[in-house]
Design a binder for this molecule. Structure first.
Ligand code: GRF
Length: 202
């Protein structure tokens, strides 16, 4: 069995979908730990509900190579998945997990990416610019903020009357369908269609 660490800072709907996908069926990979930089993040309750251990680390602890390595070793982490994680990933961590750190960004990168473009800010910018479509970008993480190799993009229509909340809801629907499957395809090498067939909608 190989092990995934999910890093998340907030609500954790993506984290929970990923846990469901990998931990409720036998794919050779499972989520062994959730790491959060916020003690009050709702993702911690979601992890607990699924019996997945979680670790809360301050920004300083997270950036401390020795401390972070202890956690990664303790949970035998082979790959890292970011799911609404708001800290930058240090260079040493990227070097330790080459092509094995995956992120999702809630826009069609390179549009609406980079510093300050996260969560609701992205959808507000999309609506303010009068865009007629938005989407998700699933990508590998490298040293450039939102700049790693794109693994998959999916788009959705933005209607003139859509609010930022409406766009956010549409984006979450795309994330639910695609993120676990693209992670599985990247890690296990299965065809995306095959991986999609294993998505358990609720
Ligand atoms: C998602 O929209 C994801 O694309 C972005 O942050 C949001 C996290 O939502 N990176 P949740 O915490 O998974 O509900």
């Amino acid at each position: 069995m190989k092990h995934i660490a999910v890093f998340a800072s907030g609500n954790g709907s993506n984290a929970e979908n990923i846990i469901r996908y990998f931990n409720l069926q036998d794919l050779g990979w499972k989520v062994s730990v959730v790491v959060s930089n916020r003690a009050d993040a709702y993702v911690l309750q979601r992890a607990a509900r699924h019996g997945v251990p979680s670790v809360v680390m301050t920004k300083a602890q997270f950036n401390n190579q020795a401390e972070m390595s202890l956690v990664l070793d303790q949970y035998s982490v082979d790959a890292i998945v970011l799911a609404g994680f708001l800290l930058m990933i240090p260079t040493w961590l990227i070097a330790r997990y080459p092509d094995s750190i995956i992120n999702i960004h809630p826009s069609l990168l390179p549009k609406y990416g980079g510093r300050g473009m996260y969560g609701r800010h992205v959808h507000e910018a999309v609506v303010a610019a009068g865009e007629r479509e938005s989407g998700i970008t699933i990508h590998l993480v490298n040293e450039d903020c939102d700049g790693g190799k794109v693994l998959y993009q999916a788009s959705t229509e933005v209607l003139p009357e859509d609010s930022a909340e409406d766009v956010e809801r549409k984006i979450h629907e795309l994330e639910e369908v695609y993120y676990p499957a693209v992670i599985a395809s990247t890690l296990t090498g299965c065809e995306l269609g095959e991986c999609m067939a294993k998505v358990m909608m609720h």
